[in-house]
Write a protein that binds this ligand. Structure first.
Ligand code: SAM
Length: 280
């Protein structure tokens, strides 16, 4: 097994810097650098790209991204304990790693990035879905990113790629598939992480489409889909009662039977409904 760089193995980095994993920060670290390099390769050709990484932790994936040739990596990490380890990586890749200490939900990374931009991260489970939804629902499209390569709990990954009629189909599937191609590209057992979480994980790769598959306002679509799936067992006329006073008419105008349930409605139907609701 050849080393991907001249830095110490991650187990040693963790011991040297006292990086005992904190559950509150969703810390499940990847220590196998061959695995992190493999994840980095799923992000595509990085040589001409700036890569945004959320939650680098001790830097396993960061090292993978850099050794795989990323032009630059901007890493946002909330846990100050990780910064010295990340600075050690920056020293080995001069000018190619910028570290920001902060909360990814609050820091605006765009000022520090030059397009084209790709996002790659082993996300903290407690903010992963929120970040994904934000990246998928800006008012304008295309977004700042070309692709997202993200580790999620397996169950969340399945929700992102789910098709209508399945149990996993819901808000995440619709928002992801509306504006991107989404695929599960890797599956990882709990033992791939330290400490091992209770569940399996998967890497999802999303490529931004040039334009959304169907026209719709992002905020309205997001609101409608959230309401529809919040009460997924109810008929849509009941689940969506609060979204418009004449919801039955609007559902019919969008080609949807008011007695249907959210699970049965394809992406195209939700976009048509969002357009109907936008008509005041
Ligand atoms: N990338 C590392 C790896 O693959 O081994 C660590 C992944 S670990 C699942 C998630 C990382 O996100 C941790 O390093 C944690 O400290 C960091 N984190 C948690 N909440 C964060 C937040 N709000 N903003 C930025 N980083 C956060």
């Amino acid at each position: 097994m050849s080393a991907i760089d001249t830095l110490p193995p991650l187990r040693q980095v963790i011991a040297d810097h006292g990086l005992s994993a904190r559950k509150s920060l969703g810390q499940n670290f990847l220590l196998d650098l061959n695995l992190t390099a493999k994840i980095a390769r799923q992000a595509g050709d990085l040589s001409q790209c700036d890569v945004l990484e959320i939650g680098p932790g001790p830097g396993g994936l960061t090292r993978g991204l850099l050794s795989e040739g990323a032009r630059r990596v901007l890493a946002i990490e909330k846990d100050a304990r990780c910064l010295p380890a990340l600075e050690d990586i920056a020293a080995v890749y001069p000018g190619r790693l910028q570290i920001i200490e902060g909360d990814a939900l609050e820091v605006d990374p765009l000022a520090h990035l030059t397009p084209p931009i790709r996002v790659a991260a082993n996300l903290p489970y407690n903010i992963g879905t929120e970040l994904l939804v934000r990246w998928l629902t800006p008012p304008q499209w295309p977004p700042f990113w070309q692709s997202l390569t993200l580790m999620f709990q397996r169950e969340v990954a399945e929700r992102i790629v789910a098709k209508p009629g399945s149990k996993a189909y819901g808000r995440l599937a619709i928002l992801a598939q509306w504006r991107a191609d989404a695929r599960i590209v890797m599956s990882l057992p709990p033992e791939a992480f330290t400490p091992a979480p209770k569940v399996s994980s998967a890497v999802v790769h999303l490529t931004a489409l040039e334009k959304p598959r169907y026209e719709a306002d992002a905020a309205i679509l997001s609101r409608v889909v959230a309401a529809a799936f919040n009460q997924r067992r109810k008929m849509l006329r009941a689940a969506l009662k609060s979204t418009a006073p004449d919801i039955e008419d609007r559902l019919r105008a969008a080609g949807i039977k008011p007695t249907d349930r959210a699970e049965q409605i394809p992406l195209e139907g939700f976009c048509a409904l969002a357009r109907e609701i936008a008509r005041t």
